[in-house]
Design a binder for this molecule. Structure first.
Ligand code: ATP
Ligand code: MG
Length: 289
């Protein structure tokens, strides 16, 4: 099974160069993968139905990636079967003035999914140890007291994030984290498409190209994240992202697998509720219309 190749085993030290962005498991092409993805999308919809009815667990799915890795389209395809009422997507942009006035986990904590829901973070609190690490001037804007900046702030933040996620997990929020691993070459190809195809122009901003210049810094920052924050309670998966069809398949498959482990069940009605149901049936059947 390819899952074990994609998960960052808690406690291990990985190097991103060992993860091939073009890897596609045993699948050779999109057509071969189609049936599997469709099956998983349907399965996911079924699990979500029970998750919602049971109203006990919540699922938090984090997506992180470089630009043009396919976060948006993966979310769109993988979630295409689920009931929109039970699913919430949050996109984290550069923090607002109000957000900067709070501790950095505040805006994530505010939108952790409710019980019964699947919450998707399109970018997340991890930006605080990625873009902020690559661009230290962003940290200066956070108005932290000197005491919060002494020592190794990234190490501290990793620990804080692990503790935050441990707390959520211990309270029934199941966490999965996906890094869509696109290669630098493939990103260039996708950027060029965005520039050349008028319908894709809106997806491209000049700052995307500027960030590309920091590629190495980002990869270093990502590696540090995986090695410090892939935990038993909130593991990271490094998903090959040069073939979009495999990205979707792998993400859907891993989510289904995790939901299966929860042994979700529709709630069993209480005796009193059963009586109410029987009474309601009698009333309905005795209606004369
Ligand atoms: P797309 O480009 O596909 O529409 P996106 O997720 O790249 O989606 P953008 O609006 O282009 O969305 O970018 C959001 C930007 O906000 C990213 O550059 C990201 O690094 C930045 N950002 C997110 N969280 C933080 C944060 N905590 N601090 C600073 N910058 C952040
Ligand atoms: Mg962008």
């Amino acid at each position: 099974m390819y899952h074990s190749r994609l998960i960052v085993k808690p406690g291990s030290t990985i190097a991103l160069k060992d993860y091939d962005p073009r890897y596609t498991g045993d699948y050779k092409n999109k057509d071969e993968a189609k049936g599997k993805l469709e099956g998983d999308v349907q399965q996911l919809a079924q699990y979500q139905d029970v998750l919602y009815a049971q109203n006990s667990y919540a699922v938090l799915i984090v997506f992180q990636a470089m630009d043009a890795a396919g976060k948006d389209s993966t979310i769109k395809h993988v979630m295409s079967g689920v009931n929109p009422q039970g699913c919430q997507v949050y996109s984290f942009k550069a923090p607002s003035a109000e957000e900067l006035d709070h501790d950095y986990l505040w805006r994530s904590a505010k939108v952790v999914p409710e019980r019964g829901r699947i919450g998707i973070f399109n970018r997340s609190h991890y930006e605080e140890v990625l873009v902020v690490r690559v661009h230290p001037e962003l940290l200066d804007r956070q108005q932290l007291p000197a005491s919060a900046r002494k020592g190794d702030i990234w190490k501290e933040r990793f620990e804080q994030i692990n503790n935050f996620e441990k707390y959520l997990s211990a309270n029934g929020i199941v966490i999965l984290k996906f890094f869509l691993n696109v290669s630098r070459d493939e990103q260039k190809k996708r950027f060029l498409e965005r520039i050349d195809e008028p319908e894709k122009n809106w997806k491209f901003s000049a700052s995307d190209a500027a960030e590309r210049a920091y590629w190495k810094d980002y990869m270093r920052a990502y590696e540090a994240v995986f090695n410090a924050t892939s935990t038993e309670w909130a593991p990271w998966y490094i998903i090959p992202a040069d073939r979009k069809w495999f990205t979707r398949l792998a993400v859907a498959d891993i989510i289904c697998e995790r939901l299966k482990q929860l042994h979700l069940q529709y709630p069993v009605p209480l005796e009193a509720h059963k009586k109410d149901l029987l009474k309601a049936r009698e009333v309905l059947e005795s209606e004369k219309d």
